[in-house]
Design a protein. Structure first.
Length: 196
């Protein structure tokens, strides 16, 4: 009887699996955001001040950016589980004191106008019920002269982000499409002397 050889699935010994700690696993997720972190730095030149991450999930991008000690973070996510994970992950990396975690929605950001220096959002806008309202909310809370970076807009290409932004009150924006990356960049105009 001619027998077929069925490849056996390779199982890792338990001792090897237990070598990875929860922090190691978070570090892997953080490392997977290296490309995104570099894109953010290159695009909006994130240097100093407060960063709001809208739809932060486990805050992996924030951990990647937090190596810059001049940045503080406000981490916003509507999912309790995500907000809790963001808080725990920031603490695990020693960044807990620089992070304020808010369980809330980008549709109504619980912050005053002109509060933060930067808004970032990665792989989240596709979930927003009303993306235009969410972007306007990000714009409302960023300070004049501040910048907004929203990435991973490629997989919901049915949305016309350019048209949406044109219809909004947002003045300076661009929608980028470079190789595998698609992102929105927004600048809030500095108010001139005497202007409100
Ligand atoms: C794919 S995860 C991305 C998380 C993180 N920004 C990252 O890049 O790793 C999407 C996140 O958007 C959040 N989110 C924001 N607005 C949402 C909404 N309106 N409905 C569902 N999820 C939403 C989810 O809770 C989730 O944490």
């Amino acid at each position: 009887m001619s027998g077929k050889t069925i490849a056996s699935t390779e199982k890792k010994p338990l001792s090897e699996l237990t070598k990875t700690t929860p922090k190691d696993r978070i570090a892997e997720c953080v490392a997977s955001m290296d490309h995104e972190a570099a894109l953010i730095k290159r695009t909006i030149g994130i240097k100093k001040g407060t960063v709001l991450d809208a739809g932060c999930g486990g805050a992996y991008i924030d951990i990647a950016l937090a190596q810059n000690k001049d940045l503080d973070f406000i981490l916003l996510d509507p999912a309790h589980k995500a907000a809790k994970a963001a808080e725990e992950n920031m603490k695990a990396f020693g960044y807990g004191s620089r992070a304020q975690v808010i369980c809330g929605s980008e549709q109504e950001i619980p912050l005053k106008d002109n509060t933060v220096d930067y808004v970032i959002s990665t792989s989240s806008i596709g979930y927003w019920h009303n993306a235009q309202k969410g972007l306007e909310e990000c714009y409302r809370v960023v300070k004049p002269g501040g910048k907004i970076f929203v990435s991973d807009i490629s997989w919901d290409s049915y949305r016309d982000y350019f048209g949406m932004l044109k219809q909004s009150e947002i003045e300076y924006f661009s929608v980028h499409n470079e190789q595998d990356d698609m992102w929105i960049e927004i600048c809030k105009k500095e108010s001139k002397k005497g202007e409100k």
